[in-house]
Design a protein around this ligand. Sequence first.
Ligand code: UTP
Length: 293
Amino acid sequence: MKIQKAVIPAAGLAIRFLPATKTIPKEMLPIVDRPTILYSVEEIIRADIPELILIAGRDKTSVEDYFDTSYELEEILDRAGKMDLLNSIRDIRKRIKVISIRQQEALGLGHAVLCAESVIGNEPFALLLSDQIMIGQPEQPSAIAHLTKLYAETGKAVVSVFQVPTGDVSKYGIVDLKEGGTGPWNVISALEKPEPGVTASRWGLTGRYVFDKEIFPCLRAIKPDTFGEYQLTDAMTLLAERHGILATTLVGDRFDARDKLGFLQANVEMAIRHPEVGAAFQEYLRERCARAF
Ligand code: UTP
């Protein structure tokens, strides 16, 4: 079954980015000149998925506004003949249909995904955490397209994983796999940001998933954690037991923009590659690195 819908949850509190995220969702923080979320939206469009379901937070409407028309701004750019800029903000609306849903309370990623159930119904869907930026080669399928292809071939839920450095295990969702060969591997269980020593696995989730309707009963069955959040990883453990989940690695660069350091690194990397400022920024970096910090 071809995947027609992708979900991007953007209703988290983003405590690691306060005070910037008091009123702005983390997904709208710019990587050079583009909101972080746009990288995931491009991935979805390149995978030929026509509909995006946004899970937006109660006090942060700018993600929804971003995908809406901005009459005044568009009119001004049109009159000024700034067609490149005009197209850059109009283009996205032509390429993907956006449906927005509110998560009334930030009750965790598992709860955010469950909020999309009424729109998704019985269809399989892609799920992308847009604070994980995946950049592949332009001629290669996008990261999420790799997962939708694997789903089409196997009919099983699919997640992407990477090898986490030992000291970083408690920063990621970690999955235990039936290892052997080059993958894809069967997932045995998943844990949300485990304390050091709790698991021997070093397979971290990269924020790209394909699920079908079987995830929803699992999301309804889980209990909140000690912080009151419903964790997707708990539902994944149930799904792995009941129906199976495959895990695969992906090629390409991954930038972890979930915390300040990763966000800064993503900005530096994308600035280096930027068609307009890249060369000047590289020059600046060379000059700056030659001086003491
Ligand atoms: P995180 O676990 O990274 O939480 O969410 P967060 O709120 O974004 O950031 P911190 O930990 O407070 O700094 C993973 C993804 O799930 C979404 C977030 O927007 C992010 O894309 N999310 C999380 C929701 O949509 N709703 C929630 O209740 C929690």
